[in-house]
Ligand binder design. Structure first.
Ligand code: HEM
Length: 530
């Protein structure tokens, strides 16, 4: 080996060793310049080794750490530090400081930054522009929310198709299904009916790749987050190899479609059409024409934007419905609960002559309540509102603690959702907890809006943060809520579910939780519904 090559190799090794050591020190041992008066949960004696142990523990045991900290500090009005192995420690505020948290300017505390690092968006979202452009936001807030009523009939049609395919139509024998995988398929189908429409929404290859892509983003993000920053450029593409392959497979069918849309008709001609193509690809093209930057409407970026929206629409709703299926199967009074839902749904439909209008769906409050109760217990991200200090000079908490630039600060939803002082019998699944006629106390605070006889699923508050809360609460929750409510109504109208003796508990992975992927339930089509 030449002397120069040996020198380059030695420098490379030195660089790798230094950046890895630096990363290990920062991630596991450092106090991150947080005030020494802030206690770290799970850390005894405050030694740096104890901090490293607690950080390692957060990989599988964040649940214990979050709940312990909530009881020990949050309920006494004190902040504490929660170790987090993937994205670094978080300062958890007591609920009394929620108002302060929500009032801070985005130039001081920013929620986007936390979401971006949770999803390692710069690596998992395929293109840096997809992370920062606001086309997604426009489509979600406009077409996917304001036009909900326009495609209700399509969603119902696809729900029927997807359930017949996944849960079957046998009215005599029970059919065993895996709750997670059947919901993954159902949600992928009904979302894609809106997102890409016919014929792609029935293309089995396309759907399979879209499902796989959506499933792996969060897991890959967690592993990428644990790689030293200096090595991410090399290692992230290796970690992402599966998803990039799924994306490429789908590009084969999506790219020709986008090219065709971009060439004909022209955007100006299209605006004159009375019945333009309505799907995500078209909305994304249309909104990018509102921007001055032509690089926001290349074939490549439109294609990548579509994959990213697939992740948003598939993954969270799938986990929500997989949780719901287990809650239903293990609820001892399921048949009377379904009878109540059927009564409410059929009553409302009778009033509209059988049409699923937006208003009729809004009045079906028992659907909101059942889903809200399931999400209260099993919301898939533990954090409720988490922000990052972006002000260069840091920020001072109401408690007087000063947090430096880059610190994550906020509240976790999961212990609040399971606090008996807020939700009596919080560990019990009470499906009509959020219906005022359910005979139970309505849970409210300054921001929970009670409409008619119950609280809409989409309403967020400091007591219900499954969609987060405040300015950055999930913008897709209106779209998701419509799907979830229609799915629950469909199940109650068309299926029986065989009781299971207990509800399998969820598994935690850092600060997310999900139902065991292999949990099975048995279902049977109701007589007269085939
Ligand atoms: C049951 C289904 C869903 C759940 C439980 C859910 C939950 C959440 C949560 C907890 C956040 C806040 C993350 C954070 O900043 O810490 C969030 C943000 C977001 N969600 Fe959802 N989501 C769901 C469905 C959807 C759908 C269907 C879409 C798209 C149509 C969507 C698009 C988004 C976007 C774009 C954000 C980022 C908002 C921002 O930072 O301002 N979500 N979601």
């Amino acid at each position: 080996m030449h002397l120069s090559s040996a020198l380059v190799a030695a420098l490379l090794v030195a660089f790798l060793v230094t950046s890895t050591v630096r990363y290990i020190y920062t991630r596991y041992f450092s106090r991150h310049a947080l005030p020494s008066s802030l206690p770290w949960i799970g850390v005894e004696g405050g030694s740096c080794f104890s901090r490293a142990r607690a950080t390692l523990r957060s990989f599988w045991h964040t649940r214990e750490l979050v709940f312990e900290g909530y009881e020990k500090y949050s309920k006494k009005g004190l902040p504490f530090v929660l170790p987090n192995i993937t994205t670094g420690p978080e300062v958890i505020l007591p609920m009394s400081q929620m108002e302060w948290l929500l009032k801070q300017k985005e130039t001081v505390l920013d929620q986007n930054e936390v979401n971006r690092s949770f999803l390692q968006a710069d690596y998992t979202m395929l293109h840096p522009k997809v992370v920062t452009d606001t086309v997604h936001e426009d489509v979600i807030r406009k077409e996917l929310t304001k036009m909900l009523g326009d495609y209700t009939a399509d969603v119902i049609d696809e729900i029927d198709y997807a359930f017949r395919k996944n849960w079957g139509v046998d009215t005599k024998e029970w059919t065993e299904i895996t709750s997670y995988y059947s919901m993954l398929d159902i949600i992928a189908r009904i979302s894609n009916r809106v997102i890409v429409g016919f014929p792609l929404c029935r293309d089995e290859g396309y759907l399979s790749h879209a499902k796989q892509f959506a499933r792996w983003v969060v897991v890959e993000a967690a592993f990428i987050a644990m790689v030293p920053k200096t090595l991410k450029g090399i290692l992230a593409p290796l970690i992402r190899i599966l998803d990039v392959n799924y994306f490429r497979q789908n590009s084969k069918v999506v790219v020709p479609l986008i090219k065709k849309r971009l060439s004909s008709p022209s955007i100006e001609e299209k605006k004159k059409l009375t019945n333009p193509q309505d799907d995500y690809i078209q909305w994304s093209i249309d909104h990018s024409y509102d921007r001055k930057d032509p690089s926001l409407r290349t074939v490549d970026i439109i294609n990548k934007r579509l994959s990213v929206i697939q992740f948003a629409v598939i993954q969270s709703s799938t986990i929500t419905l997989a949780n719901l299926a287990l809650d239903l199967a293990s609820y001892p009074e399921l048949s009377s609960m379904f009878a109540h839902i059927r009564f409410e749904v059929l009553n409302e439909l009778q009033a509209t002559g059988g049409e699923w209008t937006k208003d009729a769906l809004a009045r079906m409050v028992s659907l909101d309540s059942v889903l809200r109760e399931s999400m209260r217990m099993w919301g898939f991200v533990s954090r409720g509102v988490m922000k990052e200090v972006v002000a260069k000079k840091g920020v001072t908490l109401p408690s007087g603690h000063h947090l430096p630039h880059g610190t994550k600060v906020g509240v976790h939803a999961s212990p609040v959702h399971r606090d008996d002082d807020i939700y009596p019998d919080a560990l019990e699944f009470k499906p009509f907890r959020f219906c005022s006629n359910g005979g139970l106390r309505m849970v409210d605070d300054y921001s929970e809006k009670v409409v008619g006889n119950g609280i809409p699923l989409v309403t967020t508050s400091s007591n219900f943060m499954a969609f987060s809360h405040g300015r950055h609460a999930c913008p897709g929750r209106f779209f998701a809520s419509q799907q979830l409510k229609l799915v629950l109504a469909y199940i109650a109208l068309n299926y029986d579910i065989k009781p299971i003796p207990f509800r399998p508990t969820n598994l935690w992975f850092v600060n997310t939780q999900g139902p065991p992927l292999d949990s099975k339930i048995s279902v049977r089509r109701r007589e007269g519904t085939v």
